[in-house]
Each structure stands twice: as structure tokens, then as C-alpha cells.
Write a protein that binds this ligand. Structure first.
Ligand SMILES: [Zn+2]
Length: 374
């Protein structure tokens, strides 16, 4: 099993989040079985009704006290405006280009290569490879795995988890959460000259003013700051859309979306409730669709100290983005560490440096040696 070759094959499957991932997961089921893993498929319907599959591969004893999960996602963000085919891997200048090369099919391939190298009979604790759907759009796959996996119900979760998101193989102990909601105003379209319309944008304005107040509080009041992070405050990012309504039509629909990244120790419910109450007061429809908590594994936890020893780094880091660890860290002691740079994730012409592949395989293997090998 060669991680680089496997990554090329995985890139060729278009697994942009909203699409069905059944085909790639059928392929990966065979790959995990060929690597001598027992495989569980955890299926669910996403919010649009599309069937999604998550995979759990396991080897080693089922009753191990400790155990380790290598955790990755197979979905990607869309690929628009590329200078090459995003679904055909291209190797040049020490880089592998392709959608998902960095975030995070390359990392998933390294995990599978690592799992393939260990005989189950040599393991003293279980080794899991978990591959999820819908990480990029709300951690729905990770949530389904945590709630529905028969394997984890029966044997319990492993004690330790490695979420292999792109950190350039630096150990990350904490990240911000992810909260996303929309607030919708309905109006009535008419030619604006007639006076017959009902402008949805006007209805949104008093709500927007109150959201601006929250934005100023969260980004200026140092009581809400957390110096473990850069920046030390959350975003309370406000976007608005009326579907590019023409200037001479009264807008029939206006939607405000807000992205909020709670930090460890924040009382996120206070801000969510304030936004909900403001929306209701102004007759608007509030819809919370992502509410993932922040992650913070204590820097002196065993998994973090192991990561530092393995990588030779002095101190673990924090990052401002969120990952499936928002779900998995509730069940396992979790570190976020993986190949590739977040600077290349989600970009046009995304790539991963080729030297990250052997380094990731080596680092993931050392976690397995430490937590699974008898
Ligand atoms: Zn990712």
C-alpha cells in the first residue's frame, strides 16, 4: 500500500461534500479489507437527503484498554477556477496537485498505508482508521460515527485519537469551534416604482444593527479574548444575500448568515440566544445549522506529550479553524496533526509537498507503536 499512489486514486473520485460518496467508500472498503481491517460502514442521509457513508477500519484486539484511532475525512470543498483538472492528480516540482491532496485525502492515504503495515496479531490494543463524510459542511459524518457505530457501541471508543488535518505535522492541542446560523426575512417582489412591493432587506436592517453590536463586543471587549489563539477573539462574520436582486425590484428574500467560532471556555449559548431573540423580535426566521464546540486537550495530556516527543517540537499549537475533533474529542483524548499546510487547503490548484507523505507515515506509525503495539 503506497500512500502517494492511493492519494492519486482518491483525488480521481469527485467527493465534493454535497455529492454521494458511496463509490469512493466502496473502493476504500476494499482497500481497508485488503489491509486486513475489519470494516464497519456507518450510513446516514445528509440534510439534502443524499446517502453518505463513513468507514471504520479496525485491527488488533477488541478489548484493548487503550487503543488509537487515526481520523480523517474524504469530502472536499468545491473546485472552481482551477488551471488544471482538479480531479486528476498531477505531480510536479515536489508537489502533488489535486482537490483534496492536502485536505485531506493525502493524510487519509498515509493512515491506510500505516494500518496496512501492522499485523493485527502484533497489536496489544486496537487500531482504528476512521474516514468520515461531510467534515467540510458541519461534521455530520463524525457525528453519525459517534452516535451510530456498532463497533464503538460494542467495544467503546479508543482512548486516543489523531485527527490528521493539515498542520504541517505540528501538534495542535486546541482549536476554535464552529457555529453557523441563518436569519431570513421574507418580502414581496414588485417593480419598485409601483409602491406595491414589500422589501425584505428593510426587515433585516434592525437585526443587522444588533448583530453589529455583538460583533463589536466580541472583537473589542477583552473579557471575551483568549490569548491561546491568534487572533485572540472570535469572528462574528456577517454575510447578507438577497440573491443579487435588481435595484428596481423590491427584494422578496433577504438572508443573513453568521459564522461564529467559540473558543474553549466561551459560553456560546449566550450569543446564540441573543441572536435568536433578536431575530424573533424582528419577525425573522432563525435557523441554527452548525453548532460544534471548540476543542482543548490539556497540553500536558499523554497524547499531546507523545506528539511532541514524536515530532521533536517544544510546544503544541492552537489553530483558528475547526475539524472533526469537535466531535471526536468528546470521546477520546485527541491531538490534531497531519501532513500538508492549511495555506494550501481549499485553494485553487491545491497541492501537498511530496516530502510530507513519508514524514506523515513515519509520525502516524510512531503513534501506533506507542499506543497500540504490545
Ligand atoms: Zn479538512
Amino acid at each position: 500500500m503506497d500512500a502517494k499512489e492511493l492519494t492519486k486514486t482518491l483525488i480521481a473520485y469527485n467527493t465534493v461534500s454535497p455529492l454521494s460518496n458511496v463509490e469512493v467508500m466502496d473502493f476504500l472498503t476494499e482497500i481497508l479489507e485488503a489491509a486486513d481491517c475489519e470494516v464497519e460502514r456507518v450510513e446516514y442521509k445528509d440534510p439534502a437527503g443524499v446517502l453518505k457513508v463513513n468507514l471504520i477500519g479496525r485491527k488488533g484486539p477488541v478489548n484493548g484498554e487503550r487503543g488509537l484511532a487515526l481520523l480523517g475525512h474524504i469530502d472536499t470543498v468545491p473546485a472552481i477556477g482551477w488551471s488544471m483538472d482538479p480531479f486528476e492528480a498531477r505531480v510536479a516540482d515536489g508537489k502533488m496537485y489535486g482537490r483534496g491532496s492536502c485536505d485531506m485525502k493525502g493524510s487519509v492515504a498515509c493512515m491506510i498505508e500505516v494500518a496496512s503495515r501492522y499485523a493485527g496479531s502484533k497489536l496489544g490494543a486496537p487500531l482504528y482508521v476512521v474516514i468520515t463524510a461531510d467534515e467540510e459542511v458541519g461534521y455530520f459524518g463524525a457525528t453519525a460515527v459517534a452516535e451510530k457505530s456498532e463497533m464503538f457501541k460494542k467495544h467503546g471508543f479508543p482512548q486516543y485519537g489523531v485527527v490528521g488535518e493539515p498542520t504541517e505535522l505540528h501538534a495542535v492541542y486546541a482549536h476554535k469551534g464552529a457555529v453557523r446560523f441563518t436569519v431570513t426575512a421574507h418580502g414581496r417582489a414588485a417593480h419598485s416604482s409601483t409602491g406595491e412591493g414589500d422589501n425584505a432587506n428593510l426587515k433585516l436592517i434592525p437585526f443587522l444593527a444588533e448583530m453589529r453590536d455583538i460583533y463589536h463586543e466580541l472583537t473589542n471587549d477583552t473579557r471575551y479574548f483568549n490569548d491561546e489563539f491568534t487572533p485572540p477573539f472570535t469572528d462574528w462574520n456577517i454575510t447578507i444575500s438577497d440573491g443579487e436582486c435588481a435595484a428596481n425590484i423590491t427584494s422578496p428574500l433577504s438572508v443573513c448568515s453568521i459564522n461564529y467560532r467559540p473558543m474553549p471556555g466561551d459560553d456560546s449559548q449566550v450569543w446564540i440566544d441573543r441572536a435568536r431573540e433578536s431575530a424573533e423580535k424582528h419577525g425573522l426566521i432563525f435557523d441554527l445549522y452548525i453548532n460544534a464546540p471548540p476543542v482543548r486537550t490539556p497540553p500536558d495530556a499523554e497524547i499531546i506529550e507523545a506528539a511532541l516527543e514524536i515530532t521533536g517540537a517544544d510546544a503544541p499549537k492552537t489553530v483558528a479553524y475547526s475539524t472533526d475533533a469537535a466531535v471526536f474529542a468528546q470521546h477520546m483524548e485527541t491531538v490534531i496533526i497531519g501532513p500538508g499546510s492549511i495555506l494550501q487547503a481549499h485553494t485553487v490548484d491545491e497541492w501537498m509537498a511530496l516530502d510530507q507523505f513519508p514524514q506523515a507515515v513515519s509520525i502516524f506509525s510512531q503513534f501506533v507503536d506507542r499506543f497500540c503495539v504490545a
